[in-house]
Design a protein around this ligand. Structure first.
Ligand code: MRU
Length: 362
């Protein structure tokens, strides 16, 4: 996608720069467009943990490059195993991270050490290309849902939660890909952007993405969605996901489950967009089995923003001394999901639906 008319991906290798990688520092967006240069796997792990890079597909892609950076320093099997383990431990919920690392390990493990570095960069680049194309297809497969809702030129109001746009993936995004395509095709769309406390990925990142692309949108408090649905102001919900189980349960940013409940109560279709790398067929029951990341309570008690004179500051909004809990994700049971939008088409959120699209998955 483009920023100020210049096409970007969310992670890239700068040619002639010693094979370091570049990312946008997402903790600084939308206030500053800072590009970070990562030169080793320790920096990659830190960028993932601190959420300078975030979004399920993107952390997988960046971790893949982290393996390549680690092997530049030491291409031994011991180092390969170590870096895969260390990067895999940075965030627990999104399965894309472990998917990308397993793919890297499988591609590199049996190679002689002298061939591993070049192969690692090639594999990481292939993961990125795959993600960009996969997300483009998710956009194509989600577009008919918006077209169907846009009958008689009526503006389609879509609610989304968190950021599942191009900066959460390598390009295009998952939940936002159909919206970008609808907008580009001239369909009248408007997006209700949940602010997505505590880290405000909606208010900061999704709003910035949509605004940069000219897509009409409105930021709302996380608690506003149910009210808007009751008053007929939401035609459909589209969200991304960090892990989909074989029965169609969906882990996504904390608060997604409440939106699904409100959508069901109001007869609003609730769609989930995912790439193949988000599927975890090894898990049967998402609520019982998906590990939910618990982050620092300071993300709840404090808020970061830009002051009128341009400084980026963090202030405490909770009462002094009050502790905070911060589960970062929740699981929406498959029964509340209208359907899944994938790069292979749409399906029910069920084992039968997923197996029909992904017969090769174990
Ligand atoms: O904690 P984050 O910001 O990494 O969480 C991101 C989300 O929950 C997204 O909705 C999900 O990763 C889908 S990204 C295409």
């Amino acid at each position: 996608m483009k920023i100020d008319g210049i096409p970007y991906r969310s992670v890239w290798v700068e040619p002639g720069d010693g094979w370091s990688i570049r990312i946008f520092d997402q903790t600084r967006l939308p206030w500053a467009l800072d590009i970070l240069r990562l030169t080793d796997a320790v920096q990659v792990a830190q960028a993932i943990r601190s959420m300078q890079v975030r979004g399920a597909p993107l952390i997988g892609a960046v971790a893949a490059y982290g393996v390549a950076l680690a092997l530049r320093q030491d291409a031994s099997t011991e180092n390969l195993e170590r870096v895969v383990t260390e990067l895999g431990a940075t965030r627990p919920t999104a399965i894309n991270l472990r998917w990308a690392l397993a793919r890297m390990r499988a591609a590199l493990h049996n190679l002689p050490p002298g061939e591993r570095v070049a192969a690692a960069y090639a594999e990481a680049a292939a993961i990125c290309d795959d993600d960009a194309e996969t997300c483009r297809r998710i956009g194509e497969n989600g577009l008919p849902l918006i077209k169907a809702a846009a009958r008689a030129g009526k503006c389609v109001n879509i609610l989304t939660h968190c950021n599942a746009g191009w900066i959460a993936t390598v390009d295009w995004g998952t939940a936002l890909a159909p919206i970008y395509m609808a907008h580009d095709a001239g369909l009248p769309v408007h997006v209700w952007v949940d602010e997505t406390r505590p880290r405000n990925q909606g208010a900061a990142l999704t709003a910035w993405e949509l605004g940069s692309h000219g897509v009409p949108h409105t930021v709302i408090a996380d608690n506003a969605g149910g009210h808007l649905m009751q008053h007929g102001q939401v035609d459909l919900v589209i969200v991304g996901t960090d892990r989909v189980t074989r029965n169609g349960d969906v882990a996504n940013k904390i608060g997604t489950y409440l939106k699904a409940l409100a959508a069901r109560d109001n007869g609003v279709p609730f769609w989930v967009a995912l790439p193949h790398s988000t599927l975890d067929m090894s898990v049967a029951d998402g609520v019982a089995e998906i590990p939910i990341e618990e982050r620092d309570g300071a993300e709840v008690t404090d808020l970061t923003g830009r002051t009128a004179d341009g400084r980026i500051e963090t202030i405490r909004v909770a009462a002094a001394g009050s502790p905070a809990a911060n589960p970062a994700f929740d699981v929406t049971p498959a029964r509340l999901v209208t359907g899944l939008i994938t790069e292979r088409g749409r399906c029910d959120a069920s084992e039968a639906g997923l197996r029909a699209l992904y017969p090769e998955k174990g």
